[in-house]
Design a protein around this ligand. Structure first.
Ligand code: SF4
Length: 458
């Protein structure tokens, strides 16, 4: 499960009509979805489409959907409502309208019934067939679906449009073989399929050649990667191979499953400086009883053993996590165990959510739902406890110097925003100009719960 990033319209400037027309894509959900949209945009660019700034200006309108939040399907239907002739808002005539992602997989043909102006419904496990599906639509077919999940293929494209100017995402594994009871992913993204190491390393070399210095390896369970080629690289070996690519200075990866975290990965992080000193390791609950109900495949104690392995590294590695409060049947005692886990683990950041049932998941029909108000109370308590931990951890960094990759400039003169290898935001002052995309050393002078402040060190 991923930390949410919300909805993001395409970030590239419109390139105007080209070839066969223009497209608009809006993305909801996690980084995997963001990156899938980059690849879908690449497929369209390759076919001669240009990018439009709004659905009104586009011939192909795609919504890449997420069902991690409740009511996601309603949100998609409200977008589709824009094209309902009765509403008289946007004209669907001569447009190809498509729904991609988790909601497409879950709703399937129902989307055509409720929104007859849609012509493409495609789940992420079928994206490798997207070029063929587009061909069918361009040839005049009215409705095309890609809803199979029993695929062995991964979605590779000749061209991927990159939305982030400094960090490139690289999918190394798709789908998931775990069976967490609250999660839609195994149903919507299909079984685990790893890419060959040769294909991944080729993509990383190409990224380095065009100037990217930071790559983020993606997968729903990124660290269960197994190279399907005869080279047979394990995840830790792949990490090192990516890090050794000339020109690559930072390698990140997300999301790791605690059961798949091994000593070799921690050793690689400890010894290869290009591998960032940050690990996102979702725990979800501090109670073994709740972890069992979630089918998370580890106990509280086993999770803490992994944390201790990471903390024993010579290089400090920051650890962030995801936590769900108010899972069905979670008692006050279970919740107290989650709070005490925060104290023990000393996370550097958490993404916390109140449980919300997702359609067609085992947890959605489990006994003992926690009332909404109580879920809210627990979430607030959890966030308050973590805020104090983060403040203290960040304050301990005051006076230290870190290398940051400069990601933004503030409107105020001489103010910049950078990111440390440990994935902390560090706002800093510098008398220099033109720092965007540069690596600079910054001395921390102040700390808050969510970010650091400092000044460039010379
Ligand atoms: S590991 Fe669990 S939460 Fe993560 S994608 Fe797989 S089933 Fe979902």
């Amino acid at each position: 499960m991923e930390a949410l990033t919300g909805a993001s319209p395409a970030m590239m400037p419109p390139s105007g009509p080209a070839g066969q027309g223009t497209f608009y894509i809006e993305t909801f959900g996690c980084q995997m979805n963001d990156h899938d949209s980059e690849k879908v945009a690449g497929v369209l660019l390759r076919r001669g489409y240009g990018q439009a700034a709004s659905p009104a200006d586009a011939q192909v309108v795609l919504y890449n959907t997420c069902s991690i939040r409740e009511k996601a399907a309603q949100k998609v239907y409200s977008r589709l409502g824009l094209f309902n002739p009765k509403n008289n808002l946007l004209d669907a005539t001569d447009k190809i309208i498509g729904i991609l992602g988790c909601v497409a997989q879950q709703e399937g043909q129902r989307i055509f019934e409720r929104a007859p102006w849609v012509s493409l419904v495609c789940g992420s496990a079928s994206y490798s067939k997207l070029p063929a599906m587009l061909e069918q639509i361009e040839a005049g077919e009215r409705r095309v679906t890609g809803l199979e999940t029993d695929t062995e293929e991964t979605f590779e494209t000749e061209l991927t449009r990159r939305d982030h100017p400094l960090r490139a995402y690289v999918t190394i594994i798709e789908g998931c073989d775990k069976t967490c009871t609250y999660c839609v992913v195994p149903r919507t993204r299909g079984p685990e399929r790893s890419r060959t190491s040769a294909s991944i390393l080729r993509e990383v070399r190409e990224l380095a050649d065009v100037g990217y210095t930071e790559v983020q390896l993606l997968g729903q369970t990124v660290n269960s990667y197994r190279d399907p080629s005869s080279r047979g690289l394990r995840f830790a070996e792949l990490l090192v191979a990516v890090a050794e690519t000339p020109g690559i200075r930072r390698v990140r990866f997300t999301t790791s499953h605690p059961s798949d975290l091994d000593a070799a990965t921690i050793a690689a992080m400890d010894s290869v400086p290009q591998i960032c000193d940050h690990l996102h390791l979702p725990v979800q609950s501090g109670s073994t009883r709740v972890l069992r109900a979630m089918q998370r495949t580890y106990t509280r104690e086993e999770y803490m053993q992994k944390i201790e392995m990471v903390r024993a590294a010579r290089r400090p590695i920051s650890i962030t996590t995801d936590i769900i409060v108010g899972f069905p049947g979670e008692t006050e005692e279970d919740f107290e165990e989650t709070l005490s886990l925060l104290d023990l683990a000393q996370f550097d950041g958490i993404f916390s959510f109140r449980y919300s049932p997702r359609p067609h998941t085992p947890a959605a029909t489990m006994a003992g739902p926690v009332p909404e108000e109580e879920r809210g109370r627990r979430l607030a308590l959890l966030q308050e406890r973590q805020r104090a931990i983060q403040t203290a951890r960040n304050e301990s960094l005051v006076g230290q110097t870190f290398e940051v990759l400069v990601e933004g400039a503030s409107r105020r003169e001489n103010q910049w925003t950078g990111r440390t290898s440990s994935n902390r935001t560090l706002n800093f002052t510098s008398p220099r100009s033109g720092l965007l995309g540069e690596y600079v050393l910054v001395r921390v002078t102040q700390a808050g719960p969510n970010s650091l402040a400092g000044e460039q060190a010379f």
